[in-house]
Design a protein around this ligand. Structure first.
Ligand code: PYC
Length: 320
């Protein structure tokens, strides 16, 4: 067996968006082949998956780290393409990651205050970087696919929730009396993993059989300036430290489908860490376009090395 190829070094810029980390690859990683972002993501998965795990998993990263590979754009007017990935695979879109990418591009001097468009495997997203450093993303169209879907958890009983799309597929539910706080993340992780397994066992999917790979629990807010608090389990078993951009998009689409959130009305989503995104829906050509506003902060720049004698140079994760 030939060992996988590694570049000499990969340069990254780290940031966090309302608590959730993003590691943007800015140099060193050979560009994936393909003329669409989907084809490029598939090329990465087929030929460079060892680099995905090397960059975001231990010992260089950890299970909650989301990576973002910048590529040349595929559509006119876009500043760059971006492929998001995590400890187990690839994300269609990533809201907190997009906010992190925008702040990183500003940090690198590649963009200024104002509008920027990025291509992703699930479509183009635009973002506005404001003077105060906040970033507002205009996400891909979102919708509620199915309401009141029941899943049975062994030993825990029946859980009912909505299946909604916000750039990734979500099962949105709440568990009466569940403490949605940082002190309870082990129990929250256990129960949301059980829900994820039950969805798979019972064949509950998004549109066209798409896998539901995020589970979101809603709870009353702890902050006086928030409308709801959440706990979001991501693919790979880590929880989102931010309020989750694609999750907030899915929640707003589901609330709208229930007549509980009007187009344009603000939805202030608090995370399990107490951070906040502000979102709203725009109606455009029969579709609901979520807008999500939050803050990201650059936390570091690093040059990653891949010693050929290192047995862990491709990274490792307990999740995969
Ligand atoms: O902000 O959309 C998001 C996200 C997805 C997974 C982690 N963060």
């Amino acid at each position: 067996m030939t060992s996988p190829a590694f570049p000499a070094v990969v340069r990254v810029v780290d940031s966090h968006t309302e608590g959730e980390p993003t590691r943007v690859v800015v140099d060193g990683w050979r560009q994936p082949a393909g003329s669409t972002m989907e084809a490029r993501r598939d090329d990465l998965a087929a030929h460079w998956d060892h680099l995905r795990s090397a960059v975001v998993c231990e010992p260089r990263g950890h299970n909650a780290m989301v990576g973002a590979l910048l590529t040349p754009p595929v559509s006119a007017g876009a500043a760059a393409g971006v492929i998001f990935f995590n400890n187990v695979g690839y994300l269609g879109m990533c809201g907190h990651g997009t906010i992190g990418v925008v702040r990183t591009l500003e940090h690198l001097g590649r963009i200024q205050i104002g509008q920027v468009r990025l291509d992703t495997p699930v479509g183009a997203v635009s973002a506005e970087l404001a003077e105060d450093g906040s970033v507002t993303i205009r996400n891909v169209p979102s919708y509620c696919h199915a309401k009141d879907v029941a899943v049975d958890l062994p030993g825990l009983g029946r859980v009912v929730g909505d299946v909604a799309y916000g750039g990734n597929w979500f099962f949105l539910t709440h568990l009466e009396g569940m403490d949605v706080s940082l002190g309870n993340v082990d129990a929250l992780t256990r129960v949301t993993l059980a829900i994820m397994e039950a969805l798979r066992r019972q064949g509950v999917t998004g549109a066209s059989g798409a896998e539901i790979d995020h589970v979101e629990l809603a709870a009353p807010p702890a902050r006086p300036d928030a409308d709801g608090r959440n706990f979001v389990l991501c693919p790979g078993g880590a929880y989102d430290r931010s309020p989750c951009g694609t999750g907030t998009s899915a929640v707003m689409a589901a609330l709208h489908a229930r007549g509980k959130l009007a187009v344009g009305a603000r939805w202030r989503q608090e995370s399990v860490t107490g951070s906040l995104f502000t979102g709203w829906l725009e109606a455009s050509e029969g579709q609901l376009i979520p807008h999500i506003r939050g803050m990201a902060y650059v936390t570091g720049e690093a040059t990653l090395r891949f010693d050929p004698t290192d047995p862990f140079r491709a990274g490792f994760t307990a999740a995969g």
